[in-house]
Design a protein. Sequence first.
Length: 78
Amino acid sequence: MAESVKNVSTSYFKAHCLAILDEVAKTGLPLIVTQRGKPLAKLVPLDSAEPPGLLGSVRYKREQDLLSPVTESWEVDQ
């Protein structure tokens, strides 16, 4: 059974904004902010974080591995 969407008033949202943002990010459930009982905004978590950058992701055992010539024969060379 799916959980219902939680509603909070604008005054509650204003007073507890950071905690509410953390909760939405943690649970993945949307939240409706209401003003005088009427929906005003919908807070939803992001689908996913941006992928990490590749800069610095390759590690070599020795610097020689990076600078030494490639001696293997490739299909393109044949």
